[in-house]
Write a protein that binds this ligand. Structure first.
Ligand SMILES: NC(=O)c1ccc[n+]([C@@H]2O[C@H](COP(=O)([O-])OP(=O)(O)OC[C@H]3O[C@@H](n4cnc5c(N)ncnc54)[C@H](OP(=O)(O)O)[C@@H]3O)[C@@H](O)[C@H]2O)c1
Length: 243
């Protein structure tokens, strides 16, 4: 049987969610492809997994570089011929301290849209032949509760926190629905997961109530390994389907 393969974007930090997802998928028997803008950041993490007996490779992938995505797709086609799982985990949060949509910085919005919406969309296009070549591929978009500020309707007068990040994640949820619909006649399932506040930045002093990365990764891996009768076009939060 062909090796199961999984590509995870934004796997440059050992404390990040991407690496926790990569480790768990590797433990499920996938050959994991850890990607980062700077391949040398992902390489030591791939090496850590290999030392633990798993199959792991590092690959350069910048979500704002379409030509680079095509190169990565070509490399994966030559090496594996198929891709079973794509986890769109990478993101930027350029406006953590901005508390109102009226103060949104348009450059910040552009960069957030690049990494959270246009990048995953273009990457799905670039990898589609590989995803289609797998028996039943899964795409998981890592979303955020921030999007729910918009989805559930802001109370009149309530400001939008981190407007660029939140709007991009809201659009990522919409992209999840759109791609699920576009792929409805295939075995490919597309879902989004809000991992919840997660302790991925110890250097910033995570909140004591933040979930450990392994716990949040579990929900993402669950969506990445759904069975044939699994849902598509859903947003999961805390392991449950969200509205
Ligand atoms: N941690 C939380 O509390 C929390 C809560 C809700 C949702 N999430 C979501 O969970 C995911 C992972 O969170 P995290 O805290 O682990 O994030 P993170 O490590 O801070 O960032 C994820 C990765 O995105 C990469 N990235 C940024 N721009 C990129 C680009 N143009 N191309 C490719 N990669 C790029 C970064 O790599 P570089 O090294 O290249 O910058 C980084 O490795 C994100 O989607 C985040 O929005 C997290």
């Amino acid at each position: 049987m062909a090796t199961k393969t999984a590509l995870i974007t934004g796997t440059s930090r050992s404390a990040g969610l991407g690496f926790a997802v990569a480790r768990q998928l590797a433990e499920h028997g996938y050959h994991v492809i850890l990607t980062a803008r700077d391949q040398s950041a992902a390489e030591p993490l791939a090496e850590r997994l290999r030392q633990d007996g798993h199959a792991a490779t590092a690959l350069r992938l910048d979500l704002s570089d379409r030509a680079g995505m095509d190169e990565a797709a070509h490399h994966l086609a030559e090496t594996f011929g198929h891709l079973d799982v794509l986890v769109n985990n990478a993101s930027v949060m350029p406006d953590f301290r901005v508390l109102d949509a009226l103060d949104a910085d348009m450059d910040a919005l552009r960069s957030a849209m690049d990494v959270s919406v246009i990048g995953p969309w273009a990457l799905t296009q670039a990898l589609l032949p590989l995803l289609t070549a797998a028996p039943a591929a899964r795409i998981v978009n890592v979303s955020s509760l921030s999007a729910q500020q918009i989805a559930t309707g802001l109370d009149l007068g309530a400001p939008l926190r981190s407007p660029a990040y939140s709007m991009a994640k809201y659009m990522l949820n919409a992209l999840t629905t759109v791609l699920a619909r576009a792929l409805a006649d295939t075995p490919i399932l597309v879902n989004a997961v809000d991992p919840g506040n997660t302790a991925t930045h110890p250097e910033r002093g995570d909140d004591a109530s933040d979930r450990p990365a392994a716990e949040s990764a579990y929900d993402i891996v669950k969506a990445a390994t759904l069975g044939a009768d699994g849902p598509t076009g859903q947003l999961f939060a805390d392991g449950r389907s969200a509205a």
